[in-house]
Design a binder for this molecule. Sequence first.
Ligand code: FAD
Length: 390
Amino acid sequence: MSSATGTVIETEEHRALRAAVAALGQRYGREYLAKTAREGGHPVELWAEAAKLGYLGVNLPEQYGGGGGGIAELSLVLEELGAAGCPLLMMVVSPAICGTVIARFGTEQQKQAWLPGLADGSRTMAFGITEPDAGSNSHRITTTARRDGDDWVISGRKVFISGVDIADATLIVGRTEDARTGSLKPCLFIVPRDAPGFTRSAIDMELQAAEKQFELVLDEVRLPAEALVGDEDAGLLQLFAGLNPERIMTAAFAIGMGRHALAKAVDYAQTRQVWKQPIGAHQAVAHPLAQAHIELELARLMMQKAAHLYDAGDDTGAGEAANMAKYAAAEACVRAVDQSVHTLGGNGLTREYGLASLITASRVARIAPVSREMILNYVSHQTLGLPKSY
Ligand SMILES: Cc1cc2nc3c(=O)[nH]c(=O)nc-3n(C[C@H](O)[C@H](O)[C@H](O)COP(=O)(O)OP(=O)(O)OC[C@H]3O[C@@H](n4cnc5c(N)ncnc54)[C@H](O)[C@@H]3O)c2cc1C
Protein backbone atom coordinates (compact mmCIF):
# COMPACT_ATOMS: atom_id res chain seq x y z
CA MET A 1 0.00 0.00 0.00
CA SER A 2 1.50 3.33 -1.01
CA SER A 3 1.70 5.91 1.73
CA ALA A 4 3.96 8.64 0.43
CA THR A 5 2.67 11.50 -1.65
CA GLY A 6 4.23 12.57 -4.94
CA THR A 7 6.87 15.28 -5.28
CA VAL A 8 4.27 17.81 -6.38
CA ILE A 9 2.81 17.77 -2.87
CA GLU A 10 5.92 16.99 -0.86
CA THR A 11 9.58 17.82 -1.48
CA GLU A 12 12.32 15.22 -1.75
CA GLU A 13 13.39 16.24 1.76
CA HIS A 14 9.91 15.54 3.08
CA ARG A 15 9.86 12.13 1.47
CA ALA A 16 13.28 11.31 2.85
CA LEU A 17 12.12 12.45 6.30
CA ARG A 18 9.02 10.24 6.01
CA ALA A 19 11.16 7.23 5.13
CA ALA A 20 13.62 7.87 7.97
CA VAL A 21 10.89 8.34 10.59
CA ALA A 22 9.01 5.29 9.31
CA ALA A 23 12.20 3.23 9.76
CA LEU A 24 12.56 4.48 13.34
CA GLY A 25 8.88 3.77 14.05
CA GLN A 26 9.16 0.24 12.69
CA ARG A 27 12.04 -0.50 15.04
CA TYR A 28 9.69 0.27 17.99
CA GLY A 29 6.21 -0.51 16.68
CA ARG A 30 2.87 -1.05 18.37
CA GLU A 31 4.03 -3.68 20.81
CA TYR A 32 6.63 -1.33 22.32
CA LEU A 33 3.98 1.31 23.06
CA ALA A 34 1.38 -1.21 24.26
CA LYS A 35 3.88 -2.84 26.64
CA THR A 36 5.03 0.55 27.94
CA ALA A 37 1.42 1.57 28.64
CA ARG A 38 0.58 -1.78 30.28
CA GLU A 39 3.55 -1.41 32.62
CA GLY A 40 2.60 2.16 33.50
CA GLY A 41 5.74 3.58 31.91
CA HIS A 42 6.44 6.20 29.29
CA PRO A 43 8.01 5.82 25.84
CA VAL A 44 11.25 7.44 27.03
CA GLU A 45 13.52 5.44 24.71
CA LEU A 46 11.56 6.38 21.58
CA TRP A 47 11.18 9.99 22.76
CA ALA A 48 14.94 10.26 23.33
CA GLU A 49 15.86 8.64 20.03
CA ALA A 50 13.40 10.74 18.03
CA ALA A 51 14.78 13.84 19.77
CA LYS A 52 18.38 12.87 19.08
CA LEU A 53 17.59 12.45 15.39
CA GLY A 54 16.16 15.98 15.40
CA TYR A 55 12.55 14.91 14.81
CA LEU A 56 10.94 16.41 17.93
CA GLY A 57 12.28 19.89 17.36
CA VAL A 58 12.09 19.85 13.59
CA ASN A 59 9.70 22.84 13.66
CA LEU A 60 11.66 24.96 16.14
CA PRO A 61 14.08 27.73 15.13
CA GLU A 62 17.62 26.60 14.36
CA GLN A 63 19.19 29.24 16.62
CA TYR A 64 17.54 27.50 19.60
CA GLY A 65 18.55 23.99 18.61
CA GLY A 66 15.59 23.18 16.38
CA GLY A 67 15.49 22.03 12.78
CA GLY A 68 14.26 25.30 11.33
CA GLY A 69 11.28 23.63 9.64
CA GLY A 70 7.60 24.04 10.33
CA ILE A 71 4.41 22.24 11.25
CA ALA A 72 4.53 20.52 7.83
CA GLU A 73 7.62 18.61 8.95
CA LEU A 74 6.48 18.05 12.54
CA SER A 75 3.10 16.66 11.47
CA LEU A 76 4.81 14.36 9.00
CA VAL A 77 6.96 12.96 11.83
CA LEU A 78 3.93 12.28 14.03
CA GLU A 79 1.95 10.73 11.18
CA GLU A 80 4.76 8.29 10.35
CA LEU A 81 5.31 7.28 13.98
CA GLY A 82 1.56 6.70 14.21
CA ALA A 83 1.50 4.64 11.03
CA ALA A 84 4.19 2.46 12.63
CA GLY A 85 1.94 2.05 15.69
CA CYS A 86 3.93 4.21 18.09
CA PRO A 87 2.73 7.83 17.99
CA LEU A 88 4.13 10.21 20.62
CA LEU A 89 1.09 12.11 21.93
CA MET A 90 3.21 14.69 23.73
CA MET A 91 4.46 15.94 20.36
CA VAL A 92 1.03 17.52 19.93
CA VAL A 93 1.52 19.72 22.96
CA SER A 94 5.23 20.09 23.70
CA PRO A 95 6.93 21.16 20.45
CA ALA A 96 3.75 21.95 18.48
CA ILE A 97 1.75 24.18 20.83
CA CYS A 98 4.17 25.25 23.55
CA GLY A 99 7.28 25.39 21.34
CA THR A 100 5.45 27.41 18.70
CA VAL A 101 3.91 29.88 21.15
CA ILE A 102 7.24 30.46 22.93
CA ALA A 103 9.13 30.76 19.62
CA ARG A 104 6.63 33.30 18.30
CA PHE A 105 5.72 35.30 21.38
CA GLY A 106 8.16 34.43 24.17
CA THR A 107 10.86 36.72 25.53
CA GLU A 108 14.48 36.03 24.68
CA GLN A 109 14.91 34.60 28.18
CA GLN A 110 11.93 32.21 27.74
CA LYS A 111 13.22 31.09 24.35
CA GLN A 112 16.64 30.30 25.75
CA ALA A 113 15.18 28.62 28.80
CA TRP A 114 12.77 26.34 26.93
CA LEU A 115 13.35 25.90 23.22
CA PRO A 116 16.67 23.99 23.28
CA GLY A 117 15.20 21.54 25.82
CA LEU A 118 11.94 21.09 23.91
CA ALA A 119 13.99 20.51 20.74
CA ASP A 120 16.40 17.96 22.20
CA GLY A 121 13.64 16.24 24.18
CA SER A 122 15.26 16.86 27.57
CA ARG A 123 12.32 19.07 28.59
CA THR A 124 8.62 18.61 27.94
CA MET A 125 5.71 20.98 28.33
CA ALA A 126 2.02 20.15 28.70
CA PHE A 127 -0.83 22.47 27.70
CA GLY A 128 -3.97 23.23 29.72
CA ILE A 129 -7.00 25.10 28.46
CA THR A 130 -9.99 22.78 29.11
CA GLU A 131 -12.01 23.45 32.28
CA PRO A 132 -14.74 21.40 33.92
CA ASP A 133 -17.41 24.12 33.59
CA ALA A 134 -16.31 25.50 30.23
CA GLY A 135 -15.54 22.48 28.02
CA SER A 136 -16.00 23.37 24.37
CA ASN A 137 -16.85 26.94 25.32
CA SER A 138 -13.41 28.38 26.04
CA HIS A 139 -14.94 31.83 26.49
CA ARG A 140 -16.23 30.56 29.82
CA ILE A 141 -12.90 29.65 31.34
CA THR A 142 -12.47 31.11 34.81
CA THR A 143 -8.83 30.40 35.68
CA THR A 144 -7.79 33.85 36.80
CA ALA A 145 -4.44 35.58 37.21
CA ARG A 146 -4.06 38.59 39.45
CA ARG A 147 -1.01 40.76 39.84
CA ASP A 148 0.67 40.99 43.22
CA GLY A 149 3.67 43.31 42.96
CA ASP A 150 5.78 41.86 40.16
CA ASP A 151 4.27 38.39 40.64
CA TRP A 152 1.20 36.72 39.21
CA VAL A 153 -1.12 34.69 41.45
CA ILE A 154 -3.25 32.16 39.58
CA SER A 155 -6.31 30.19 40.69
CA GLY A 156 -8.57 27.85 38.80
CA ARG A 157 -9.25 24.29 37.69
CA LYS A 158 -8.45 22.36 34.54
CA VAL A 159 -9.50 18.93 33.34
CA PHE A 160 -8.28 16.27 30.87
CA ILE A 161 -4.81 17.80 30.67
CA SER A 162 -2.40 15.27 29.14
CA GLY A 163 1.05 14.41 30.42
CA VAL A 164 1.27 16.85 33.33
CA ASP A 165 3.17 14.24 35.40
CA ILE A 166 5.97 13.93 32.85
CA ALA A 167 6.05 17.56 31.74
CA ASP A 168 8.50 19.96 33.38
CA ALA A 169 5.80 22.63 33.19
CA THR A 170 2.31 23.19 31.87
CA LEU A 171 1.37 26.15 29.68
CA ILE A 172 -1.86 27.24 31.36
CA VAL A 173 -4.46 29.37 29.61
CA GLY A 174 -6.10 31.85 31.98
CA ARG A 175 -7.49 35.32 31.95
CA THR A 176 -6.44 38.39 33.91
CA GLU A 177 -8.55 39.75 36.74
CA ASP A 178 -9.43 42.82 34.66
CA ALA A 179 -10.86 40.60 31.93
CA ARG A 180 -12.58 38.08 34.17
CA THR A 181 -15.85 37.93 32.24
CA GLY A 182 -17.03 38.37 28.67
CA SER A 183 -15.20 37.30 25.53
CA LEU A 184 -12.02 35.46 26.28
CA LYS A 185 -8.86 37.55 26.37
CA PRO A 186 -6.54 34.68 27.09
CA CYS A 187 -3.14 34.94 28.66
CA LEU A 188 -0.65 32.12 28.89
CA PHE A 189 1.49 31.16 31.88
CA ILE A 190 4.30 28.65 32.29
CA VAL A 191 3.49 26.77 35.51
CA PRO A 192 6.31 24.49 36.76
CA ARG A 193 5.22 20.97 37.70
CA ASP A 194 6.10 21.38 41.36
CA ALA A 195 4.89 24.95 41.88
CA PRO A 196 3.32 25.28 45.36
CA GLY A 197 -0.50 25.19 45.07
CA PHE A 198 -0.41 23.33 41.73
CA THR A 199 -1.89 19.86 42.27
CA ARG A 200 -2.99 17.11 39.92
CA SER A 201 -5.00 13.91 40.08
CA ALA A 202 -5.06 11.34 37.31
CA ILE A 203 -8.40 10.66 35.62
CA ASP A 204 -9.25 6.98 35.20
CA MET A 205 -9.55 6.81 31.41
CA GLU A 206 -10.60 3.84 29.24
CA LEU A 207 -7.56 4.45 27.07
CA GLN A 208 -4.53 2.21 26.67
CA ALA A 209 -2.00 5.01 26.47
CA ALA A 210 1.18 5.90 28.26
CA GLU A 211 0.14 9.55 28.56
CA LYS A 212 -2.35 10.12 31.36
CA GLN A 213 -4.99 12.84 31.61
CA PHE A 214 -5.20 14.94 34.78
CA GLU A 215 -7.56 17.16 36.67
CA LEU A 216 -5.60 20.18 37.90
CA VAL A 217 -6.16 22.58 40.74
CA LEU A 218 -4.34 25.91 40.84
CA ASP A 219 -4.76 27.30 44.32
CA GLU A 220 -3.15 30.73 44.54
CA VAL A 221 -0.15 29.58 42.53
CA ARG A 222 2.46 32.34 42.75
CA LEU A 223 4.55 32.86 39.63
CA PRO A 224 7.22 35.41 38.72
CA ALA A 225 6.47 38.08 36.10
CA GLU A 226 8.44 36.11 33.49
CA ALA A 227 5.97 33.20 33.69
CA LEU A 228 3.65 35.13 31.37
CA VAL A 229 4.24 34.21 27.72
CA GLY A 230 3.49 37.00 25.28
CA ASP A 231 1.36 40.02 25.87
CA GLU A 232 -1.50 39.96 28.37
CA ASP A 233 -3.50 42.09 25.93
CA ALA A 234 -2.69 40.19 22.73
CA GLY A 235 -5.99 38.34 22.84
CA LEU A 236 -6.81 35.31 20.78
CA LEU A 237 -4.04 35.74 18.21
CA GLN A 238 -1.27 34.21 20.29
CA LEU A 239 -3.52 31.46 21.61
CA PHE A 240 -4.45 30.38 18.09
CA ALA A 241 -0.78 30.47 17.14
CA GLY A 242 -0.69 27.35 19.32
CA LEU A 243 -4.16 25.93 18.71
CA ASN A 244 -3.85 25.70 14.93
CA PRO A 245 -0.68 23.58 15.14
CA GLU A 246 -2.50 21.45 17.74
CA ARG A 247 -5.33 20.77 15.28
CA ILE A 248 -2.91 19.96 12.48
CA MET A 249 -0.99 17.62 14.78
CA THR A 250 -4.19 15.92 15.91
CA ALA A 251 -4.96 15.34 12.24
CA ALA A 252 -1.51 13.76 11.86
CA PHE A 253 -2.14 11.60 14.91
CA ALA A 254 -5.45 10.40 13.48
CA ILE A 255 -4.12 9.76 9.98
CA GLY A 256 -1.20 7.77 11.39
CA MET A 257 -3.51 5.65 13.53
CA GLY A 258 -5.90 5.09 10.62
CA ARG A 259 -3.05 4.02 8.36
CA HIS A 260 -1.72 1.67 11.02
CA ALA A 261 -5.09 -0.06 11.47
CA LEU A 262 -5.76 -0.21 7.74
CA ALA A 263 -2.37 -1.78 6.98
CA LYS A 264 -3.11 -4.55 9.47
CA ALA A 265 -6.54 -5.14 7.95
CA VAL A 266 -5.19 -5.23 4.39
CA ASP A 267 -2.51 -7.69 5.41
CA TYR A 268 -5.12 -9.89 7.07
CA ALA A 269 -7.52 -9.66 4.12
CA GLN A 270 -4.76 -10.83 1.81
CA THR A 271 -3.96 -13.96 3.77
CA ARG A 272 -7.12 -15.03 5.57
CA GLN A 273 -9.02 -17.57 3.48
CA VAL A 274 -12.30 -19.24 4.43
CA TRP A 275 -13.72 -19.86 0.90
CA LYS A 276 -11.86 -20.25 -2.36
CA GLN A 277 -10.17 -16.83 -2.28
CA PRO A 278 -8.64 -14.67 0.47
CA ILE A 279 -11.39 -12.62 2.15
CA GLY A 280 -9.94 -9.48 0.48
CA ALA A 281 -11.31 -10.75 -2.84
CA HIS A 282 -14.86 -10.18 -1.57
CA GLN A 283 -15.84 -6.67 -2.47
CA ALA A 284 -17.80 -6.31 0.74
CA VAL A 285 -14.43 -6.62 2.48
CA ALA A 286 -12.28 -4.78 -0.08
CA HIS A 287 -14.41 -1.73 -0.86
CA PRO A 288 -14.72 -0.36 2.68
CA LEU A 289 -10.93 -0.72 3.02
CA ALA A 290 -10.42 1.12 -0.28
CA GLN A 291 -12.84 3.79 0.95
CA ALA A 292 -10.91 4.14 4.21
CA HIS A 293 -7.67 4.56 2.26
CA ILE A 294 -9.20 7.28 0.07
CA GLU A 295 -10.58 9.14 3.08
CA LEU A 296 -7.22 9.05 4.87
CA GLU A 297 -5.44 10.32 1.75
CA LEU A 298 -7.97 13.16 1.39
CA ALA A 299 -7.57 14.09 5.03
CA ARG A 300 -3.81 14.16 4.58
CA LEU A 301 -4.14 16.56 1.66
CA MET A 302 -6.12 18.96 3.86
CA MET A 303 -3.58 18.53 6.65
CA GLN A 304 -0.80 19.43 4.23
CA LYS A 305 -2.74 22.48 3.07
CA ALA A 306 -3.27 23.62 6.66
CA ALA A 307 0.39 23.09 7.54
CA HIS A 308 1.49 24.92 4.40
CA LEU A 309 -0.73 27.92 5.16
CA TYR A 310 0.38 27.98 8.78
CA ASP A 311 4.07 27.78 7.93
CA ALA A 312 3.60 30.53 5.32
CA GLY A 313 2.29 32.83 8.07
CA ASP A 314 -1.36 32.87 6.95
CA ASP A 315 -2.95 32.39 10.39
CA THR A 316 -6.49 33.07 9.18
CA GLY A 317 -6.35 30.69 6.24
CA ALA A 318 -4.62 28.11 8.41
CA GLY A 319 -7.43 28.35 10.99
CA GLU A 320 -10.11 27.19 8.60
CA ALA A 321 -7.91 24.54 6.99
CA ALA A 322 -6.67 23.21 10.35
CA ASN A 323 -10.26 22.75 11.54
CA MET A 324 -11.23 20.99 8.33
CA ALA A 325 -8.13 18.79 8.44
CA LYS A 326 -8.81 17.79 12.05
CA TYR A 327 -12.43 16.99 11.18
CA ALA A 328 -11.58 14.98 8.07
CA ALA A 329 -8.73 13.09 9.73
CA ALA A 330 -10.73 12.17 12.83
CA GLU A 331 -13.68 10.92 10.79
CA ALA A 332 -11.40 8.98 8.43
CA CYS A 333 -9.55 7.48 11.41
CA VAL A 334 -12.71 6.40 13.24
CA ARG A 335 -14.03 4.70 10.10
CA ALA A 336 -10.68 3.11 9.17
CA VAL A 337 -10.26 1.65 12.66
CA ASP A 338 -13.85 0.41 12.79
CA GLN A 339 -13.58 -1.28 9.40
CA SER A 340 -10.18 -2.75 10.23
CA VAL A 341 -11.47 -4.35 13.42
CA HIS A 342 -14.41 -5.78 11.46
CA THR A 343 -12.12 -7.16 8.75
CA LEU A 344 -10.32 -9.32 11.27
CA GLY A 345 -13.53 -10.97 12.47
CA GLY A 346 -13.00 -12.43 15.94
CA ASN A 347 -9.30 -11.62 15.75
CA GLY A 348 -10.25 -7.94 15.61
CA LEU A 349 -11.07 -8.23 19.29
CA THR A 350 -8.03 -10.19 20.46
CA ARG A 351 -5.11 -8.72 22.36
CA GLU A 352 -2.75 -10.42 19.94
CA TYR A 353 -3.84 -8.31 16.98
CA GLY A 354 -4.03 -5.14 19.08
CA LEU A 355 -6.77 -3.41 17.07
CA ALA A 356 -9.72 -3.29 19.45
CA SER A 357 -8.08 -0.76 21.80
CA LEU A 358 -7.82 1.62 18.84
CA ILE A 359 -11.62 1.89 18.80
CA THR A 360 -11.43 3.95 21.99
CA ALA A 361 -8.22 5.71 20.98
CA SER A 362 -9.62 6.80 17.61
CA ARG A 363 -12.55 8.53 19.33
CA VAL A 364 -10.16 10.93 21.05
CA ALA A 365 -9.50 12.67 17.74
CA ARG A 366 -13.24 13.22 17.28
CA ILE A 367 -13.57 14.93 20.68
CA ALA A 368 -10.22 16.67 21.26
CA PRO A 369 -8.87 19.29 21.05
CA VAL A 370 -12.07 20.61 19.51
CA SER A 371 -15.06 18.38 18.89
CA ARG A 372 -16.56 17.41 15.56
CA GLU A 373 -19.64 19.53 16.29
CA MET A 374 -17.62 22.63 17.18
CA ILE A 375 -15.81 22.36 13.86
CA LEU A 376 -19.12 22.01 12.05
CA ASN A 377 -20.29 25.10 13.97
CA TYR A 378 -17.14 26.96 12.92
CA VAL A 379 -17.62 26.09 9.25
CA SER A 380 -21.35 26.89 9.41
CA HIS A 381 -20.71 30.32 10.90
CA GLN A 382 -17.30 31.42 9.62
CA THR A 383 -17.26 29.84 6.20
CA LEU A 384 -20.91 29.63 5.22
CA GLY A 385 -22.16 32.66 7.16
CA LEU A 386 -25.05 30.81 8.79
CA PRO A 387 -26.51 32.12 12.07
CA LYS A 388 -25.52 30.76 15.48
CA SER A 389 -27.74 28.70 17.77
CA TYR A 390 -25.73 29.48 20.92
C1 FAD B 1 -7.60 11.85 25.74
C2 FAD B 1 -7.84 13.33 25.89
C3 FAD B 1 -6.75 14.18 26.03
C4 FAD B 1 -6.96 15.55 26.22
N1 FAD B 1 -5.86 16.37 26.42
C5 FAD B 1 -6.06 17.69 26.68
C6 FAD B 1 -4.94 18.54 26.97
O1 FAD B 1 -3.76 18.10 26.97
N2 FAD B 1 -5.17 19.86 27.24
C7 FAD B 1 -6.43 20.38 27.25
O2 FAD B 1 -6.57 21.57 27.50
N3 FAD B 1 -7.52 19.59 26.99
C8 FAD B 1 -7.35 18.26 26.71
N4 FAD B 1 -8.45 17.46 26.45
C9 FAD B 1 -9.79 18.01 26.56
C10 FAD B 1 -10.53 18.16 25.23
O3 FAD B 1 -9.97 19.21 24.48
C11 FAD B 1 -12.02 18.35 25.56
O4 FAD B 1 -12.50 17.10 26.02
C12 FAD B 1 -12.82 18.86 24.39
O5 FAD B 1 -12.47 20.19 24.11
C13 FAD B 1 -14.34 18.77 24.64
O6 FAD B 1 -14.68 19.38 25.85
P1 FAD B 1 -15.62 18.57 26.90
O7 FAD B 1 -15.02 17.24 27.11
O8 FAD B 1 -15.84 19.44 28.08
O9 FAD B 1 -16.99 18.36 26.13
P2 FAD B 1 -18.29 19.32 26.13
O10 FAD B 1 -17.87 20.71 25.75
O11 FAD B 1 -19.03 19.13 27.38
O12 FAD B 1 -19.11 18.70 24.93
C14 FAD B 1 -19.86 17.48 25.05
C15 FAD B 1 -20.55 17.17 23.73
O13 FAD B 1 -21.45 18.26 23.40
C16 FAD B 1 -21.17 18.74 22.11
N5 FAD B 1 -21.37 20.20 22.07
C17 FAD B 1 -20.98 21.14 23.00
N6 FAD B 1 -21.34 22.36 22.62
C18 FAD B 1 -21.99 22.23 21.42
C19 FAD B 1 -22.60 23.14 20.50
N7 FAD B 1 -22.60 24.46 20.72
N8 FAD B 1 -23.14 22.62 19.38
C20 FAD B 1 -23.13 21.30 19.13
N9 FAD B 1 -22.58 20.39 19.96
C21 FAD B 1 -22.01 20.85 21.09
C22 FAD B 1 -19.69 18.40 21.86
O14 FAD B 1 -19.40 18.32 20.48
C23 FAD B 1 -19.57 17.06 22.57
O15 FAD B 1 -19.96 16.01 21.70
C24 FAD B 1 -8.27 16.08 26.25
C25 FAD B 1 -9.36 15.21 26.08
C26 FAD B 1 -9.16 13.86 25.91
C27 FAD B 1 -10.36 12.97 25.76
